[in-house]
Design a protein around this ligand. Structure first.
Ligand code: GUN
Length: 293
């Protein structure tokens, strides 16, 4: 059984990016610049955004963090987006989700200039991704594809069951896995909350990608021997014994499922760190594209 080490692969990718940045510096080229907008005080979002900022510093990117109170109006937030679109130094930026309930997420994401949309959430970029055109692929699905490739997991002709149809993970990864490409070409089933007889599907799956946010939902009796499991779930589960008062749990009961799996991602240290590495990769790409305009 192989434990797919996202932490290690993400470090390799960050090292590759750092070398590219150093080469750019020697040529006198611009330092890539990523900005992040964080609205409100959600603990998990703060942790993610802080990790993104720290990662920027490590690879030699410039970073800007814009924090706004959870009471910010939609119009004020749209003005922040306008400013980011106009700022020539900023190559790419993200608006950390979720946003407070009074803000229309779709309106905000639609306002992001697609050339700076390093999250790949704008419909223009999502559409290009679906049509196999060069674009920004959202960091989490991009990270999963990168893990499959770097671990040379056989994907072609396999039955891949994706659980969860979110716009950020489930839907895009189901599209990417079915595309006519190396380390793709799978036959994909997209399962979700209304799927009946889920176990019948997961038991026939060669590859399972779970993006549910339901801790330890996937058990050993739901999978077949030799399955490849990619666990995107990451939920804080309260644990008074833990230093922070909580532990992180994936969607997969790792202990039991790993005994049957051919390869599996752990939580933490699987898909999570890849998301940050791929965001940096998209930012470098945005910076390079801006130069060639
Ligand atoms: N919230 C959870 N995942 C993500 C992500 O990849 N990007 C943004 N902007 N928000 C998120």
């Amino acid at each position: 059984m192989i434990i797919i080490d996202g932490k290690k692969i993400s470090q390799i990718i960050k090292e590759e990016i750092k070398e590219d940045v150093e080469k750019r510096n020697l040529k006198g080229l611009k330092q890539p610049h990523l900005a992040a907008v964080l609205v409100g005080d959600d603990g998990a979002s703060q942790t993610y955004v802080n990790s993104k900022v720290i990662a920027c510093q490590k690879v030699g990117f410039k970073s800007t963090l814009i924090t706004k109170d959870k009471t910010i109006s939609q119009n004020e937030l749209l003005q922040v987006i306008d400013q980011l679109n106009e700022d020539k130094d900023i190559d790419g930026y993200i608006v950390q989700l979720p946003l407070p309930k009074h803000i229309d997420e779709e309106k905000v994401l639609m306002k992001v200039n697609p050339d700076k949309d390093v999250d790949g959430f704008h419909p223009y970029n999502f559409g290009k991704m679906a049509l196999e055109m060069p674009t920004f692929i959202s960091a989490t699905p991009y990270g999963i594809m990168e893990l499959l490739e770097r671990y040379q997991i056989e994907v072609a002709s396999k039955h891949c069951v994706v659980i969860g149809r979110s716009h950020i993970v489930g839907r895009p990864i189901s599209i990417l896995m079915s595309q006519k490409k190396k380390y793709a070409n799978a036959t994909v089933t997209l399962a979700h909350s209304r799927t009946k007889y889920l176990e019948e599907l997961t038991k026939t799956a060669d590859i399972i990608i779970t993006a549910l946010g339901n801790p330890e939902f996937l058990k050993a009796d739901m999978v077949k021997e030799g399955v490849v499991v990619i666990d995107v779930g990451i939920t804080r589960v309260s644990d008074p014994k833990a230093k922070r008062g909580y532990v992180l749990r994936g969607d997969v009961e790792f202990e039991s499922v790993s005994k049957k799996a051919k390869a599996i991602t752990p939580v933490p240290g699987g898909v999570g760190p890849m998301t940050i590495a791929m965001l940096l990769k998209n930012t470098l790409l945005a910076c390079q594209r801006n130069e060639h305009k």
